[in-house]
Design a protein around this ligand. Structure first.
Ligand SMILES: [Cu+2]
Length: 391
């Protein structure tokens, strides 16, 4: 009996660690340059995926599937300070949690493995935990996104709600005085203060590493198809609060926080994301060309808003990334105007002209556009938009 138990124990251990579903090399570096919207350049620390890649704010997003056994192979190529990877919000054990004194630090030219399971779909963070807030402020942070277990790109969790496209937004800020004078000029001084100073006064406010006029610049518009339902993954890794204010027409519904579904969705156009928090919010786009929204950074002690910036969701028929994993398709190609959706209909579909006029809303199957003029139309179903052509 005892032998059998021992065998089972050894087998289950081997099985647990033997099957790595997701393995990734991450490199920590102390040499990077960040350019702000006004042209100011500052040195940063950061994470990259390859030795030749430039260090950027934020670091690479890690995309996992729920249930994955994950191995991160972390190399410190920093020319000095030790680094770690703290997996913020993920249920990892202490050894793999990346809090230096409680697990391990990775020294210069050395590497270490982080192992964990990712059972809950959602939005998470990772950052270096050395000096607690100090290396983080220097630029060592990024997002972890856990998808449903089948890797579905367009569903928030198993048996969850589908969407046409997602936009992860990671907010942060930089006080260039503290950043340069305290952190980067004294990076080898282990007596430097490990907390956010009372004089902390960020002068650059970032979302996905972009600041100021960059955020509303056309090159940084978030592109979607008309009528898509989009999923915002709103995260904050700064020390200020962040407030997103969406236009009411987008019917913002927040359905998850910190990697767990909320007991009930919260319908509110304003979503506050405090340091370390993550929220997941649906927006229903219409046929307008653009949907500007506001992002504010505010001081947590005084509530004073230090920055108010505009970002834009733009609807377009071109330049939108192709979807590799659309949740539905149609057959046959509807060039004679009669076709079906390749799954049992559970809700209405809508057909729009390219000018945005709704031509039909129905659950009728097969779908007929045979009495429409030849040309392209949009078929919207479960938050996804598909082009259909009658010729
Ligand atoms: Cu570090």
């Amino acid at each position: 009996m005892r032998k059998k138990l021992l065998f089972l124990f050894v087998f289950s251990i081997c099985n647990y660690w033997g099957q790595i579903d997701y393995s990734k090399l991450i490199i920590g570096r102390n040499l990077g340059t960040h350019t702000f919207h006004d042209g100011l350049q500052t040195r940063i620390f950061g994470f990259t995926e390859t030795l030749s890649a430039a260090t950027k704010i934020p670091g690479p997003t890690l995309y996992l599937n729920s249930g994955d056994s994950v191995k991160l192979d972390f190399w410190n190529m920093s020319q000095g300070a030790p680094h770690t990877i703290h997996l913020h919000g993920l249920d990892v054990n202490q050894q793999n949690d990346g809090v230096g004194m409680l697990s391990f630090e990775v020294m210069h030219t050395e590497h270490g493995y982080y192992y964990f399971k990712a059972p809950h779909p959602g939005t998470y963070l990772y950052h270096c935990h050395v000096g607690s807030t100090v290396h983080l402020q220097a630029g060592m942070y990024g997002l972890v996104i856990v998808r449903p277990n089948d890797g579905n790109l367009l569903l928030n969790w198993e048996n969850g709600e589908s969407y046409g496209r997602e936009f992860p937004l990671l907010a942060s800020e930089i006080d260039t005085i503290w950043h340069n004078d305290t952190i980067l000029d004294q990076e080898h001084d282990m007596t430097m203060p490990l907390y956010v100073p009372a004089t902390y006064q960020p002068n650059y406010f970032l979302v996905n590493g972009k600041s100021g006029t960059q955020l509303s610049d056309i090159s940084n518009h978030l592109l979607a198809l008309p009528n898509e339902k989009v999923y915002m993954r709103l995260a904050n890794i700064g020390y200020y609060g962040v407030r997103y204010i969406f236009p009411s027409i987008l019917e913002a519904r927040t359905v998850a926080s910190d990697g767990r579904p909320l007991p009930a969705e919260v319908v509110n156009d304003t979503i506050e994301v405090l340091p370390g928090e993550r929220y997941e919010t649906f927006l229903q786009l219409g046929m307008d060309n653009s949907y500007p929204f506001t992002v504010e950074h505010f001081n947590l002690n005084t509530q004073v808003i230090s920055s108010s910036q505009t970002m834009v969701i733009e609807t377009t028929f071109s330049d939108v990334e192709t979807k590799e994993n659309l949740t539905f398709g149609v057959f046959p190609n509807p060039n004679n105007g009669i076709f079906e959706i390749n799954e049992a209909l559970t809700e209405n579909y809508q057909i729009y002209s390219l000018e945005g006029k709704k031509l039909k809303e129905s659950m009728e199957s097969p779908i007929s556009i045979s009495d429409y003029a030849n040309g392209s139309y949009l078929l919207c179903y479960k938050g996804n938009t598909l082009f259909i052509v009658k010729d």
